[in-house]
Design a protein around this ligand. Structure first.
Ligand code: ADP
Length: 481
C-alpha cells in the first residue's frame, strides 16, 4: 500500500521552510523581487538537499533488498542527514555481521564435512562390520566390511528399507524362525550391550559374532551401534576340536568301562583270596578308573553341549521340588562334611520352564562344590527368586571364595584352582564349564560373586518363558553360540 504522503512530497514540504524564512525576511525589506527570489532560492536549495536524502534512502532500500537476496557484501556511503547516516551505518553493520556469520557457518560446514569424511574413513578401515542405528531403528551409517559380511553394498544397506534387508538376511540365516527374535533382543537392551552369534548360509557360510551397545551422550541414548566379527575360522576350529574330543572320548569310554567292570569283578568275586596289599591296589585302580569314566563322560557331554547336540527336554517344573531334589542328591556328601543345606524359595518363584535334568545337574554341581570346598560343619544356602521375566537361583557357601585373579577362568574347562583341592576333591574340573554351557543354552547367564564376609555365591538366571524357549531352539539349531 502506498503511504498517504510520499517521501518526495514530505521533502518538498520540508524544503518550503527555508524558503518561507527567506520570504519573511524579504517581505520585511518591502521588495517583491527579493521576495520571489528568496522563495525560489529557498525552494531550490531545499530541493537539492532533499534529492540527496532521497537517493541515500533509495540506496539503503536497495541494499536491504540485496541483503534479503543473500548478497551480503553491502557497503553504503555514510552521507546525508544524521538519520540517513545512522540508517546506512545500521545496514552496513547488518551486512558485515551476516557476512561474518556466513563465513563461520561455512567453516562449521567444512569442519562437519571433514569430520564426516574422517568418520567414514575410520569405520571403513575397520576389519569388523559396523552398523549405526538411530533411536527410531533407522540405519544411519554402515561400513564397507559390514556390506561384505552381510552380502550387500553400503549403498544397498543405507538405501534399502530395513524390513526388506531383514527379510533378505532372515532367508539366508541358519535359523530364520528366530532371526527377528534375536535382533529384537539387541534393541530391547536399550542401555546395555548385548552379544549373540549369527550364522549366514548364503552366498557362503559365515559365522558372525554380533555385538551391539548403545550410543550415549549427555542427552541420553542416541542410537545403537552393531559390530559384526567374522568368527567362521574360530568356529570351524572349535567344531573340529569338539569333534576330536568327542571321538577320543567315545573311543576311550568302551575300554574304560570294561576295565572298570573287570576291576569290580576282581574285587567282589575274589572273596578272601586277595592279599590285603593286592586288594588295596585294586581298590585304588577302581577309584581311578571311576574318575576316568566320569572325566570321559563329562568331556563327551561338554563337547555335545558346545556343539549344540545335547537334546533338551523343556517342561514346566516346580522350583521348590527341584531345590529339594538337588539337596537330597548331595545328602550323603553333606553328611560326610557335617554340613547343613538351607533352602529358601522367594515369592513368585513357584515354577520354571527349563530342562529339568540339566538344571538339576547344574544345581548338584554347585551344591557339591559348595560342600567340598567349605570347612566341615558349614551352612550352605540354596535359594530361588522370581525376576519377572526370569528365575534366579543362588548357591552360597562359607568356603574360601575365589581369588580375584582367578575369577576369569573359573568357568573354563579344567580350571581347577589350587593344588590342594585338586588332590582332595576328586572332581574332573569340568563341572562349572558344563554348568555354564547348560545355562547359556537356556539363554541364561551364570556367574560368581563374593559372599561377605567370606565365601562364594554362585548365581544363575534362566529367562522365562518365550525368550528362553527360542534360545534353546537356537542352540539346538547351532544358530547361537
Ligand atoms: P571340580 O569341582 O570338579 O574341580 P568345577 O568346574 O566344578 O570342577 O570347579 C572348578 C574349580 O573351581 C574347582 O576345582 C575349585 O578350585 C573352584 N571352585 C568351584 N566351586 C567352588 C566353591 N564353592 N568354593 C571355592 N572354590 C570353588
Amino acid at each position: 500500500m502506498r503511504p498517504a504522503l510520499s517521501l518526495r512530497t514530505l521533502l518538498a514540504l520540508g524544503m518550503f521552510a527555508p524558503g518561507l524564512t527567506l520570504a519573511v525576511l524579504a517581505n520585511w525589506s518591502h521588495r517583491p523581487a527579493v521576495l520571489v527570489a528568496a522563495v525560489a532560492g529557498g525552494w531550490a536549495a531545499g530541493w537539492i538537499v532533499g534529492l540527496r536524502e532521497l537517493r541515500a534512502v533509495r540506496d539503503a532500500t536497495r541494499a536491504v533488498e540485496r541483503l534479503g537476496d543473500g548478497e551480503l557484501s553491502v557497503s553504503l556511503p555514510e552521507i546525508g542527514s544524521a538519520e540517513v547516516r545512522a540508517l546506512a551505518r545500521a545496514i552496513n553493520h547488518v551486512g558485515a555481521t551476516a557476512s561474518r556469520r556466513e563465513d563461520q557457518l561455512n567453516a562449521a560446514l567444512d569442519d562437519a564435512a571433514t569430520q564426516r569424511d574422517l568418520f567414514s574413513s575410520i569405520i571403513n578401515a575397520s576389519s569388523d562390520g559396523l552398523l549405526l542405528y538411530d533411536t527410531d531403528r533407522l540405519l544411519v551409517a554402515a561400513n564397507v566390511r559390514c556390506g561384505e559380511l552381510l552380502g550387500f553394498s553400503v549403498q544397498e544397506l543405507l538405501h534399502t528399507p530395513s524390513e526388506v534387508l531383514r527379510a533378505n538376511l532372515e532367508e539366508r540365516t541358519a535359523a530364520p524362525a528366530i532371526y527377528q527374535d534375536q535382533l529384537e533382543r539387541h534393541f530391547q537392551k536399550a542401555d546395555q550391550p548385548y552379544q549373540d552369534t549369527l550364522v549366514i548360509e548364503e552366498p557362503r557360510r559365515r559365522v558372525l559374532r554380533r555385538y551391539s551397545c548403545p550410543v550415549i551422550n549427555h542427552r541420553g541414548v542416541q542410537g545403537r551401534v552393531f559390530t559384526y566379527t567374522d568368527v567362521t575360522a574360530e568356529s570351524d576350529l572349535d567344531q573340529m576340536k569338539s569333534e576330536f574330543v568327542s571321538t577320543a572320548s567315545h573311543e576311550l569310554r568302551t575300554p574304560l568301562t570294561s576295565v572298570h567292570a573287570a576291576l569290580q569283578l576282581a574285587l567282589t568275586g575274589s572273596g578272601d583270596r586277595l592279599a590285603d596289599e593286592d586288594r588295596e591296589l585294586l581298590e585304588i585302580s577302581l577309584a581311578n578308573t571311576e574318575r576316568l569314566v566320569r572325566l570321559v563322560n563329562d568331556l563327551l557331554d561338554l563337547s555335545k553341549l558346545e556343539a549344540g547336540r545335547m537334546p533338551f527336554d523343556v517342561s514346566t517344573m516346580r522350583v521348590g521340588a527341584l531345590l529339594d531334589e538337588a539337596a537330597r542328591g548331595v545328602h550323603v556328601l553333606a553328611t560326610t562334611r557335617e554340613a547343613r543345606i538351607v533352602t529358601n524359595l522367594g515369592d513368585g518363584a513357584e515354577s520354571m520352564v527349563a530342562d529339568h535334568d540339566q538344571i538339576l545337574r547344574v544345581l548338584t554341581n554347585l551344591l557339591s562344590n559348595a560342600l567340598k570346598y567349605s570347612p566341615t560343619g558349614s551352612l550352605v544356602h540354596l535359594s530361588a527368586r522370581d525376576l519377572g521375566d526370569a528365575v534366579e537361583v543362588a548357591v552360597e557357601d562359607e568356603g574360601p571364595g575365589i581369588p580375584p585373579e582367578q575369577v576369569d577362568r573359573l568357568f573354563r574347562p579344567f580350571s581347577r584352582l589350587g593344588m590342594q583341592e585338586r588332590q582332595t576333591s576328586g572332581g574332573t574340573g569340568l563341572g562349572l564349564a558344563i554348568s555354564r554351557a547348560i545355562i547359556e543354552q537356556h539363554g541364561g547367564r551364570i556367574w560368581w560373586e563374593r559372599r561377605p564376609p567370606r565365601g562364594s555365591r554362585f548365581v544363575f538366571v534362566v529367562p522365562q518363558p518365550d525368550a528362553r524357549r527360542s534360545a534353546v531352539t537356537a542352540v539346538g539349531d547351532r544358530a547361537v553360540a
